[in-house]
Design a protein around this ligand. Structure first.
Ligand SMILES: Nc1ncnc2c1ncn2[C@@H]1O[C@H](COP(=O)(O)OP(=O)(O)O)[C@@H](O)[C@H]1O
Ligand SMILES: [Mg+2]
Length: 244
């Protein structure tokens, strides 16, 4: 397993957000983390990338414990976290946003420029926008830029937090197809989504969180057929997709 999480507990002050979560992700997979608002999806990603330290439990990456590491160490090991809300630099060009994604690698300039070019082949629409400032991009373009910037760290594992949030259906489709393409090119993906229906179409497996616990897990096809899943998540997810 590339990523192994065991008995993860996380707290915000007195509030326990994760009550002992275990999950794993094999190399080359897209695994989705599903669940309602407040279930603990973002917290799980934050503990993996060490934005917050766990109160108990362990995360192992490539066989190695992440105990005691800080976010920079984790990026250097090969984990890139694209947080919720497309936090790009609005006053910088698309190109400079991408270059900043390579900061943790201390790579040489020529190497960074070569990687920018490679990443732009995955995001052809961004190539035409290279000189534009971040704030001038549409929501979908900013989301693509945020993901592309994550790839500039040359991660083995990409953590994506709700990349479809607030985007129009056609743009969402484009983002999902891009994520599938990234995975086919060899980057493992842990995808957080509220829209279970969408996520299960590109993920191989999924875990469903409910108030800080894993409530359901399995391969995507099985979950799509599951009565429990349909009743609790798929029905509403379809309505959400149809109304945005
Ligand atoms: N910074 C914070 N301070 C206090 N509580 C938080 C904070 N962030 C999240 N929480 C709480 O932790 C729980 C899980 O939140 P989160 O991981 O953001 O859920 P999700 O991403 O699934 O919507 C929620 O009850 C939320 O209110
Ligand atoms: Mg969240």
């Amino acid at each position: 397993m590339l990523l192994e999480i065991e008995g993860l507990v996380a707290r915000y002050g007195a509030v326990e957000a994760l009550h002992g979560i275990s999950l794993d992700v094999a190399e080359g997979e897209i695994v989705s983390l599903l669940g309602a608002n407040g279930a603990g999806k973002s917290t799980t990603l934050k503990v993996i990338s060490r934005v917050i330290a766990p109160a108990a439990g362990e995360v192992r990456f490539d066989g190695r414990s992440l105990d005691g590491l800080d976010p920079e160490d984790v990026v250097a090991l090969g984990i890139a976290h694209v947080p919720e809300g497309r936090r790009i630099f609005p006053g910088l060009t698309v190109l400079d946003n991408l270059r900043l994604g390579a900061t943790a690698r201390r790579a040489r300039r020529v190497e960074i420029e070569r990687d920018v070019d490679e990443v732009l082949t995955i995001f052809p629409k961004l190539r035409g926008l290279a000189a534009k400032l971040g704030w001038t991009l549409s929501g979908g373009e900013q989301q693509m830029l945020a993901i592309a910037r994550g790839l500039m760290a040359r991660p083995k594992l990409l953590l994506l937090d709700e990349p479809s949030l607030g985007l129009a259906p056609l743009v969402v489709k484009d983002v999902m197809e891009t994520i599938a393409r990234i995975a086919r090119a060899g980057t493992t993906v842990l995808l957080v989504e509220q829209n279970a229906h969408l996520a299960l179409q590109i993920a191989r497996r999924a875990y469903v969180l409910e108030t800080g616990r894993v409530a359901l897990s399995g391969d995507a096809g099985t979950l799509l057929q599951s009565e429990e899943m349909r009743a609790a998540y798929l029905g509403s997810a379809v309505r959400v997709a149809a109304s945005t």
